[in-house]
Design a protein around this ligand. Structure first.
Ligand SMILES: [Fe+2]
Length: 583
């Protein structure tokens, strides 16, 4: 007869199994259970340490909703003839039938295989890897962000699984909360039939669980997770668009209820469905990983703990009147305007200070580099102005600014208008995206100044924009003018897996124009790809940090090709500012 417990019976049985384990007995739970169990969402591993790793799966009886009593196994081989860690874990309704376990007793720098079993039902086999020992000579990461399911196939996941890296890092927008109504009406997108699972945005725990399940049903997601451990943080879309500590641009309390209720549901589902080591406070997902003495990876939380509300670019650029601009400027410059919050910043400073690793790497959501453009451009070209006339005005503003800059560089005489364009007191530069660190300049300065003071080689990994970027990280000199424009590190930003990039926001420009305008206007930007999807591979050795941007040729079919679009090493020197030439 099947061993098929109710939850209460199971808890009783579990105590006896624990006792059996403690006394050296044999684990027997589920081993004779003939009831079929589905592992519909594959397996995943994550948050590796040198001696342990989180293993994840979803397990549910094909009929009924009773808890499923599983055995997990970690082995040296795919035949599981040499098991090094095993135990028991239960999937039940209280976690949406997901399970996570911290598999202990592993060795540093080793590849393992793992699976879950319940009687004759066996999950797919996953490959995991522990953090390397202190003598590691090279570590590689596949870095991802922004996988919008309805917009395309996760070919970047498939390609990364083929090419392999030691570890995957996901910087957020692993899911999107949108309902079917927000998908583009483009017939090509409609033909993909990758619809969101319901009409409205996700609000309840059940909604977010279904959404995570939809994403984890994707075959390329399953392949990636089974191939390498993932270290993940959320960005905004795991909860709601452009969220901050008290709300979100995408959340309307009048129609969608209390924001904190929604956020609690979203965070609960994230911890259920992602292979992350869950602590007592589910919001505090900031954590560090040491890859020998090569890399200390500090994963940051920039959305839900401390982030102050975003400033509107239209207000800061003066489009909504002088009064609003003055108040936006005051908020922009406020010394205690928060992104990480005091506690997380102190933790980061302490982690960087105590680290013996060559490279201090921040795994975080939004661009940290100064993406500053003159107000003369931003006042006519911003996220709110996608119509062709606005795009044309933007093009003219860019041309005017770059022409003035090029003339000055060539020593040619300037008109009074051109002189004004180049005067930062009249035409200051501000960040184009105030949802990124450009909207939190004091908080950014605190992180960069700490790295400089500690004399650490700093690298920021960022997502969010859906485009690939490589930039210098420089100080603004807010607290000490002598440090203005001093280089502290570099940022390598990954393109989106499937979400649309600048081609969506600047439809009046060709990709070459977007690339040229950003690379010429933004002083700290070394390279941009504004139109292709893919992922970023990072390689670290004792002497080099290298970014490789791997692009897929399309996301509208699972048949695709991929190529290495750009390679950039970390350079000690700042970007040389060349005379500007705009296409
Ligand atoms: Fe995104």
């Amino acid at each position: 007869m099947a061993i098929h417990f109710t939850r209460r019976e199971f808890i009783v049985k579990l105590s006896s199994v624990s006792a059996a384990v403690a006394s050296g007995g044999v684990l027997s739970a589920c081993s004779d259970d003939p009831l079929p169990v589905d592992f519909n969402y594959g397996v995943a591993s994550g948050d590796p340490l040198t001696d342990r790793i989180i293993l994840w799966t979803h397990a549910k009886y094909q009929t009924g909703s009773d808890p499923v009593n599983l055995i997990y196994q970690v082995a040296n081989d795919t035949a599981f003839s040499s098991i090094v860690s095993s135990g028991q874990v239960t999937s039940g309704a209280e976690t949406g039938f997901t399970v996570k376990v911290d598999a202990l007793g592993l060795s540093a720098g080793k590849t393992y295989f793992y699976r879950f079993l319940c009687g004759p039902s066996i999950s797919p086999i996953g490959q995991a890897r522990t953090l390397p020992a202190s003598d590691a000579t090279e570590v590689t990461f596949s870095v991802f962000s922004c996988a919008d399911y309805p917009l395309g196939f996760f070919n970047a996941y498939a390609e990364a699984a083929k090419r392999d890296s030691h570890f995957a890092i996901h910087l957020g927008d692993y899911i999107y909360e949108y309902g079917t109504g927000s998908a583009p009406t483009d017939p090509i997108i409609q033909n993909l039939k990758r619809f969101a699972d319901h009409a409205n945005e996700t609000l309840s725990l059940e909604d977010y669980r279904k959404r995570h399940a939809l994403y984890k049903s994707d075959p390329d997601s399953k392949t990636l997770h089974a191939k390498m451990p993932m270290i993940a943080v959320w960005d905004d879309h795991e909860v709601s668009n452009d969220n901050y500590k008290d709300g979100a641009q995408g959340h309307d309390p009048a129609t969608e209820g209390l924001y904190t209720v929604r956020r609690t549901a979203a965070i609960q589902a994230f911890h259920e469905w992602m292979p992350i080591r869950t602590g007592a406070d589910k919001l505090k997902i900031y954590r560090s990983f040491d890859f020998g003495r090569l890399v200390s990876l500090h994963m940051l939380e920039t959305r839900n703990i401390a982030r102050d509300k975003q400033i509107a670019i239209t207000e800061l650029a003066g489009l909504e009147g002088a009064a609003k601009q003055a108040s936006a400027l005051a908020e922009y410059a406020r010394a205690d305007r928060q992104m990480l919050g005091a506690e997380q910043l102190a933790w980061l400073q302490q982690k960087m200070s105590g680290s013996q690793a060559t490279w201090q790497v921040l795994g975080q959501q939004v661009l940290m580099a100064r993406m500053e453009s003159p107000v003369s451009v931003l006042s006519v070209l911003n996220g709110d102005s996608r119509d062709p006339a606005a795009q044309q005005r933007g093009l003219e503003a860019i041309n005017a600014y770059l022409t003035a800059k090029a003339k000055k560089a060539a020593g040619a005489p300037l008109t009074s208008t051109e002189t004004a364009l180049l005067n930062p007191a009249i035409n200051p530069k501000i960040g184009y995206n105030l949802d990124a660190w450009d909207g939190y300049i004091a908080a950014r300065e605190a992180v960069l100044a700490s790295a400089l003071q500690l004399n650490k080689k700093l690298i920021s990994l960022a997502g969010d924009t859906h485009n690939g970027w490589h930039s210098d990280l420089t100080l603004m000199g807010l607290a000490n003018a002598a440090l203005a424009n001093v280089k502290v590190g570099e940022e390598f930003a990954t393109p989106g897996v499937s979400s649309g990039g600048f081609e969506e926001y600047l439809p009046g420009f060709t990709p070459a124009q977007v690339k040229s305008l950003f690379e010429n206007i933004v002083d700290d930007l070394r390279w941009l790809d504004p139109s292709r999807r893919g992922y970023l591979k990072m390689t670290f050795t004792a002497t080099e940090a290298k970014g490789e941007w791997i692009f897929v040729n399309q996301v509208l079919s699972r048949t695709y090709s991929a190529d290495l679009g750009h390679t950039a090493p970390f350079r000690a020197a700042k970007k040389a500012v060349a005379p500007d030439v705009f296409i």
